[in-house]
Design a protein around this ligand. Structure first.
Ligand code: PMP
Length: 450
């Protein structure tokens, strides 16, 4: 039992909750409850914790709050919408906001991807996209195309589909007997030996895309439904593909009639200085999965952008009554839709995607100034994302990363640690002085932790 549970309160005016019952996700629960970090409010670039400390948000929450915190426009839209129409059934019924939102979203999406299917999370977006790929091939008279290809170290959420195509061992091994059948993985694109400390897309590793041809030769294109990758792997620690790699995947998938899905749950909505990574790197997939910053993280929401071809083919498929037997009670939820519309207006009015682009060079130079500090073995960046990779300590993998994360938090900055990689993804409203502050916090933490 932690000190807080025993006492029930702290010195601050906030009451500490009883922490016994909430089983926290992706968290070392015992460790957390012995040493909790509780946030109670947020404004702009800062959180406030339960003890009243101000914490600089260097991670946009969890890659979500691209417009910064406490946005009045979003809270007003949500409050108004709850009063006006709190919920509408989503099957065989509609409400105008979901259509309006889909319309607005498609003004941002690449040409040809002008249909939207709403979900409530990134995981649901991924599983929706995988099912849609099967639906498309079936409707297209190619029902043998059922295999999927993901990538090592890819993160695609936690549904059974997502962990099957995902390539993070810890997320799969407990469930390994129950994963989707017929899934292969491309090699990951991390290559510290050749690419350490590159800025932006690294020069080496284009050849890794050619493994796709080998998998196609092995299984037959007629059996493969889709390839799914994050354009930039976020959760595994900001891993970038070599220059030209995504284009090559597109060429190969096109050639063989295989769908290409970009999981842009992290890279979507301005993170890379463009609406999507697809736009930034000029590669248009057949589907894009999104969530998080679609509505600044305000309410659970996700969306899959789908090519007109996939959509139209499913419309004329063998199932006459309903084209795609799939959906969620909360697909296009009116309150979530209102929050997303308000968020998109902020992005547009404040030109936040361009702002991210304008700050990229400053951010890049700031994070690369950490090169040379003890145990820093690589630094990677693109747009307003960076990963600082540390050598594991002799206490075990992840111990150094966690210690740096915790030190930063106690000193007033929220960063993200994945094993021994520290990830930064600040809200796009960040000021240069705040970029300096976050880099200083990390530098102090690295020096303190050793
Ligand atoms: N895909 C990617 C690329 C992600 O980064 C995430 C979440 N970090 C997901 C899917 C899953 O999203 P969620 O946690 O909303 O289900």
């Amino acid at each position: 039992m932690s000190e807080y549970q025993q006492n029930g309160t702290s010195d601050s005016s906030q009451t500490w909750p009883n922490m016994a019952h909430f089983w926290m996700p992706f968290t070392a629960n015992k460790q957390f409850k012995a040493n909790p970090r509780l946030l109670v409010s947020a404004q702009g670039m800062y959180y406030t914790d339960i003890e009243g400390n101000k914490i600089l948000d260097a991670t946009a929450g969890l890659w979500c709050c691209n417009a910064g915190h406490g946005r009045q426009e979003i809270s007003e839209a949500v409050s108004k919408q709850i009063s006006q129409l709190d919920f509408a059934p989503s099957f065989q019924m509609g409400h105008p906001l979901a259509f309006e939102l889909a319309d607005k979203l498609c003004q941002l999406s690449p040409d040809g991807l002008e249909k939207v299917f709403f979900t409530n999370s990134g995981s649901e977006s991924v599983d929706t996209a995988l099912k849609m790929a099967l639906c498309y091939h079936r409707a297209n008279g190619q029902a043998t195309r059922t295999r999927f290809i993901g990538r090592e170290l890819g993160y695609h959420g936690v549904g059974f589909g997502g962990i099957s195509v995902g390539g993070i061992g810890n997320n799969r091994k407990t469930f390994s007997q129950q994963l989707l059948q017929g899934v292969d993985h491309l090699p990951h694109t991390l290559d510290i030996a050749n690419n350490a400390f590159s800025h932006g897309l690294p020069p080496h590793g284009l050849d890794k895309a050619e493994v796709l041809e080998q998998l196609i030769t092995l299984h037959g294109a007629e059996n493969i439904a889709a390839v799914i990758v994050e354009p930039m792997s976020g959760s595994a620690g900001v891993i970038l593909p070599a220059d030209g790699y995504l284009k090559r995947l597109r060429e190969i998938t096109h050639k063989h009639g295989i769908l290409l899905i970009f999981d842009e749950v992290i890279t979507g909505f301005g993170r890379l200085g463009a609406a999507f990574a697809s736009e930034r790197w000029q590669v248009t997939p057949d589907m894009i999965t999104t969530a998080k910053a679609i509505n600044n993280g305000a309410i659970p929401m996700g969306a899959v952008f789908v090519s007109n071809t996939i959509h139209d083919t499913c419309m004329h498929g063998p199932d006459e009554l309903i084209e795609f037997f799939h959906g969620y009670t909360y697909s296009g939820h009116p309150v979530a839709a209102a929050s997303a519309l308000a968020t998109l207006s902020i992005y547009e009015n404040e030109q936040l995607f361009d702002r991210a682009k304008g700050l990229e060079l400053y951010f890049e130079q700031a994070v690369h100034s950490l090169k040379g500090l003890p145990n820093v073995i690589d630094i990677r960046n693109t747009g307003l994302v960076a990963g600082i990779q540390l050598a594991p300590s002799d206490k075990g993998v992840g111990k150094r990363g966690y210690a740096i994360f915790d030190h930063c938090f106690r000193q007033g900055a929220l960063v993200r640690a994945t094993a021994d990689i520290i990830a930064l993804s600040p809200p796009l409203i960040v000021e240069k002085s705040q970029i300096d502050d976050m880099v200083n916090h990390i530098s102090d933490a690295i020096n303190a932790v050793g």
